[in-house]
Design a protein around this ligand. Structure first.
Ligand SMILES: Cc1ncc(COP(=O)(O)O)c(C=O)c1O
Length: 330
């Protein structure tokens, strides 16, 4: 097998699904001690921030590996997607899409502004993506169809319209891959099997992929999704449904013995959201500062909130606790 053979392809050798390799695997797992987290918690971090060789890192890159390969298979010329004006997903699409000959069009809506969002917005404006701004997500969603039609009929583009955060079945495969990687790291003795994996949940693909991948690897790890977006249904039922759609895709493409996921297999908690999506809470800001003291650059909207959950739940979590650091600034 070539060194770029994915763990998905190793787990299901008959599967007819490709990826474009955009980062170096495995990302490290490391022991982490953080101010604000009870010293009795055996905390580990999976350094998803390190994933991505190009102009952006983190969880969006893993998703794009499978999305870009499928786009190529379908003959797509343009990606169309939506998000807030600080969207990491939109930026990763624009940058990695361009590296692979695809144009990106974004439908963006306002979100609470802080320094991080201001910086993201500036990067998006210089990313080469075509940007359409809307007053709210409902209007953006309603306009997507007409933008797609116009791109197809007037510009002759072959458009693939992707959901927020890249959380369709293809994007979710990226985190099936990451979970198989965790299982291999446990097998290799790099860490003991985690009792709990903690994942921020913005559009659901990351947590759904982790859930499916851990189940496929036979790990009985509890999956805690820390929901940071109140604009989408990110209940345990919705997360399990996305995991099962991804399992169906694997089966359609030739995989056998793919597990079936139940909503009981995942805990989705919205307790650390704050006022709304994008609201940096005092607890998440405190964890951004604590992470900085430990040498990790995170942000208060996703990763800070996931760590706020770890700090609040402490030893009530079954350990060891593995936190997925999904934020990858470059
Ligand atoms: C840094 C970061 N972490 C986590 C997430 C959440 O991942 P998902 O959208 O797959 O739920 C996102 C994006 O939404 C993100 O940008």
């Amino acid at each position: 097998m070539s060194e770029t053979t994915s763990l998905i392809q190793q787990a299901w050798p008959d599967v007819d699904l490709d990826r474009v390799v955009l980062g170096a695997a495995p990302t490290p797992v490391q022991r982490l001690v953080l101010d604000g987290v009870d010293a009795g918690v055996e905390l580990w971090v999976k350094r998803e921030d390190a994933y991505g060789d190009g102009a952006w890192g983190g969880n969006k890159v893993r998703k794009l590996e499978w999305i870009l390969a499928e786009a190529k298979r379908r003959g797509v010329t343009s990606l169309l997607t939506l998000g807030g004006i600080g969207t990491h997903w939109g930026l990763a699409c624009a940058r990695y899409g361009a590296e692979h000959g695809l144009r990106t069009t974004l439908a963006l809506v306002d979100q609470p502004i802080d320094d991080h969002v201001r910086q993201q917005w500036a990067l998006l404006q210089s990313s080469g993506a075509v940007i359409n701004r809307f007053v709210d997500m409902e209007t953006a969603r309603q306009s997507i169809k007409s933008i797609e039609e116009e791109m197809s009929s007037e510009q002759g583009e072959h458009v693939w319209s992707l959901p927020m955060g890249g959380s369709n079945e293809y994007g979710t495969l990226g985190y099936v891959e990451a979970a198989l990687e965790i299982a291999a790291q446990v097998e290799a003795g790099e860490m003991s099997a985690p009792g709990t994996v903690v994942v921020p949940v913005g559009s659901g693909g990351t947590v759904a992929g982790v859930l499916l991948g851990l189940a496929a690897a036979g790990l009985r790890t509890h999956v805690l999704g820390v929901v940071v977006n109140d604009g989408l249904d990110l209940s345990a039922e919705a997360v399990a449904a996305l995991a099962n759609r991804t399992a169906d895709l694997l089966r359609e493409r030739g995989a056998v013995d793919v597990p079936v996921i139940s909503p009981d297999d995942v805990e989705a908690r919205i307790d650390w959201l704050g006022a709304t999506y994008g609201d940096p809470t005092p607890a998440s800001v405190a964890m951004v500062e604590a992470a900085a003291r430990a040498g990790l650059e995170i942000e208060p909207v996703y990763t800070g909130k996931a760590l706020a959950a770890v700090a609040a739940l402490g030893t009530a979590l079954t350990g060891p606790v593995l936190w997925m650091n999904t934020h990858g600034p470059r």
